[in-house]
Design a protein around this ligand. Structure first.
Ligand SMILES: O=C(O)CCC(=O)C(=O)O
Length: 326
């Protein structure tokens, strides 16, 4: 502390008046959550700031979970087709003989055109929490229902440690937040989420790529190339309806599903509509960009000339407030 500031403090103490600290020296208590927005309590804000995630118990009621489960079944049985949605298969199952229905699907992504599944992204109970992080103008930028299959023995049901920001070409990262809801009990036996608490605070998007796993890796399951194997990890044991909110730089993944059932979760990433796009060429995003555009061209035609930003603008949906930049 410099001499001038010490002098000011001493003179205030001597005069018995309340200490006055120049405004620009007041350290802000919170960086990742917004004062006066949403319903996070002081304690919850502190936990999120410190750890980069926060679990809210029983946020989504059983009837809503059941509605998502039934819709997933209809989609897997091809009783409904949703435009724009991507259906993904586990690498070890996709290579084996023909498998029907739920058993073939590990994840469905981008269900913004399905009113049933997308009602999760419109859920006001979720927005109340998200708003503390994004502010009141909220876009849904990515949606998924993950159906982690029982592992075939090749450990391909694992999701490598990664940071979700790798898949987003807009900033600031602090105004992006994932919501991930367990559709059943999830624990280490069926491959719950695992997080490295506090890893968001380094403020760094690490380099990602496919891990060198013997049994193969699922499409677009990029992992951090130089992750710290000894960094403390927490396994998030959650019950049906429990929801975890987390920062896009939080290092996380999920384990092998050694149970004999599928492990289901529904998730949406939210961002402030005030976020702005960045140029992916200047960042480590180019691998993700290449693969995202490959998927789009497979659907729309190989010669379609679109950028990742175009695809983002077209997929993102406003779920609360006003659409500004995204
Ligand atoms: O649900 C999981 O197993 C992991 C989900 C995840 O981290 C992701 O898709 O980014």
């Amino acid at each position: 502390m410099d001499a001038k500031r010490l002098q000011i403090i001493h003179s205030h103490l001597r005069s018995g008046r309340k200490q006055l600290v120049p405004e620009n020296t007041i350290a802000k208590e919170f960086r990742y959550t917004i004062d006066g927005a949403g319903i996070l309590t002081h304690e919850q804000r502190r936990f999120y700031e410190e750890n980069g995630y926060l679990v809210i118990k029983k946020l989504i009621p059983p009837n809503e979970i059941e509605m998502y489960r039934q819709r997933f079944e209809e989609i897997s049985k091809r009783q409904v087709t949703i435009p724009g949605m991507t259906i993904m298969k586990d690498v070890s199952i996709a290579k084996s003989e023909h498998v029907e229905g739920e058993k073939a699907i590990t994840k469905i992504q981008d269900f913004y055109n399905d009113p049933v599944l997308f009602s999760y992204c419109h859920n006001a109970r979720i927005h109340q929490y998200v708003e503390s992080i994004t502010g009141s103008n909220i876009m849904a930028v990515h949606s998924m229902l993950i159906n982690k299959p029982p592992d075939t023995g090749k450990k391909t049901s694992r999701h490598p440690l990664h940071q979700d920001l790798h898949y987003f070409i807009f900033r600031p990262a602090d105004q992006i937040c994932a919501a991930w809801t367990a559709m059943q009990r999830v624990d280490r036996s069926n491959g719950c989420l695992v997080v490295q608490p506090g890893s968001h605070k380094a403020g760094v998007l690490k380099e990602h790529g496919y891990p060198q796993w013997e049994g193969g890796v699922n499409k677009l399951y990029h992992g951090i190339l130089d992750y710290e194997p000894n960094a403390p990890r927490v396994h998030l044991i959650m019950e049906e309806g429990d929801t975890v909110f987390f920062h896009p730089l939080l290092i996380h993944g999920s384990g092998t599903n050694v149970s004999d059932g599928f492990r289901k979760a529904i998730s949406c990433h939210f961002a402030s509509s005030e976020c702005h796009y960045i140029k992916s060429a200047d960042t480590s995003h180019s691998e993700a960009e290449k693969e995202v555009l490959e998927v789009v061209r497979r659907k729309l035609g190989a010669d379609v000339d679109v950028s990742w930003e175009d695809v983002s603008r077209w997929r993102f949906r406003l779920v609360k407030g006003t659409r500004i930049n995204l």
